[in-house]
Design a protein around this ligand. Structure first.
Ligand code: PMP
Ligand code: GLU
Length: 391
């Protein structure tokens, strides 16, 4: 047989999705496993959103949507949300593409700007899908390693050190998966400085925007002076409205980029689901209290988990500022993070994601999600306390 795709063969499958599947399979087989692996809110989608979807199905929204890139009320609701929450002005008719999940919006963004060999900077530890997506589109992923000892801080010098004449774009994610860091004004300034200096596009993944703690304010690179024409903002409802299964995300970009993303969408997935778009209008226009209540509950879980993990001998866990992942280290362990994650399942019955999945600088860590009921988190702490010595 002739050779299969080299580029697809070269990328790993998504480890976050693989471990989630594995944890579910172990549970289904009757094993006592606490699943702290994939990041999927344990909350139900709020009723008013589900009701809007049922209504849309009854009203016949079961055909292709029009326009395919997003029904007009949704494009308008997204533009309004971005103006109000993010300080970003986008034209609903030309600057937004609605996608089946934020993940596809990231892929479209890269597809719209990259040519073969273009380099894309990403910040490491990095969410598992960025480097493979860059490679799939024909780009070259380039890691900017952010040291854990310096709280994974972004500085202009750290970015500059990896810029070459081939650098096309920088991918940023705040609140961050997996570190839980939230970008500060100084870090945004560093990003803006380097982007303007080197004529870079910035892809800003803001999917965890609403999961932000201690009264911090989410800052969007696209709202900074000089950045509107070079920033692609990615967002969606998976985390803010507990809608992972609905597959609803979007990108907002300067018109020429959004135009190419629309073309790419039309030749691949065609569109997001029609009735899901109607539900999304309800979500964006609806009350904000359920989103806030979820945020408050994640914060309560963080406030329980971080001190509880640090109280266990051999576990070190930094406080997090947003998103719903903890990224603890096991400084006494000699295991690789993959071996650690294995040992956590075998000896403690806890499913986690090995830190190495987030790049070399993730080694020594594992990722635990706190998008899991409090009783499961309490159980995980108990189990870990008993097993920590054997890790
Ligand atoms: N970006 C980051 C950092 C994520 O963790 C995820 C996973 N939910 C996504 C984007 C994509 O989410 P979705 O496709 O479910 O909208
Ligand atoms: N983003 C979530 C995670 O990192 C869900 C899985 C995925 O899309 O990779 O666990």
């Amino acid at each position: 047989m002739k050779e299969l795709s080299r580029v697809v063969s070269s990328i790993p499958p998504s480890e976050t999705l693989a471990v989630s599947d594995r944890a579910k399979a172990l549970k289904a087989a009757g094993q006592d496993v606490v699943a702290l692996a994939g990041g999927d809110p344990d909350f139900d989608t709020p009723d008013y959103i589900t009701a809007a979807a049922f209504q849309a199905i009854e009203n016949g929204a079961t055909h292709y949507p029009a326009p395919m890139k997003g029904i007009t009320p949704l494009l308008e609701a997204i533009a309004e949300k971005m103006a109000t929450d993010n300080g970003i002005t986008v034209k609903p008719g030309s600057d937004i593409v609605v996608t089946p999940g934020g993940k596809w919006a990231l892929f479209l963004a890269l597809s719209a700007i990259l040519n073969p060999g273009d380099e894309v900077l990403y910040l490491e530890p990095v969410w598992v899908s960025y480097p493979p997506m860059i490679a799939l589109v024909g780009g070259t992923p380039v890691a900017v390693t952010l040291p854990g000892e310096d709280n994974f801080r972004i500085t202009a010098d750290r970015l500059r050190a990896k810029v070459t004449p081939r650098t096309k774009a920088l991918m940023v994610n705040s609140p961050n998966n997996p570190t839980g860091r939230v970008i500060t004004k100084e870090e945004i300034d560093a990003i803006v400085e380097v982007a303007l200096e080197n004529d870079l596009y910035v892809i800003s993944d803001e999917i965890y925007e609403t999961v932000i703690f201690d009264g911090r304010k989410h800052l969007s690179p696209g709202a900074q002076p000089g950045m509107a024409e070079r920033t692609i903002t990615i967002n969606g409802l998976s985390k803010s409205h507990a809608m992972t299964g609905w597959r609803l995300g979007w990108l907002a970009a300067p018109t020429p980029i959004a135009k190419l993303a629309t073309q790419m969408n039309s030749q691949t997935v065609s569109s997001a689901a029609n009735f899901t778009m109607h539900a999304a209008v309800a979500a964006l226009k609806g009350p904000k209290d359920t989103t806030r209540a979820m945020r408050d509950e994640y914060q309560r879980r963080r406030d329980f988990m971080v001190p509880a993990l640090n109280a266990i001998d051999g576990v070190e866990c930094a406080n997090i500022e947003g998103a719903f992942y903890l990224f603890p280290r096991f400084p006494n362990s000699r295991r690789t993070s993959a071996e650690l994650a294995e040992a956590l399942i075998d000896k403690a019955g806890i499913a986690s994601v090995p830190g190495g999945a987030f790049g070399r600088s993730g080694e020594g860590h594992v990722r635990f999600t706190i998008a899991t009921a409090m009783r499961d988190l309490e159980k995980a702490v108990e189990k870990l306390a008993k097993a920590a010595r054997d890790l």
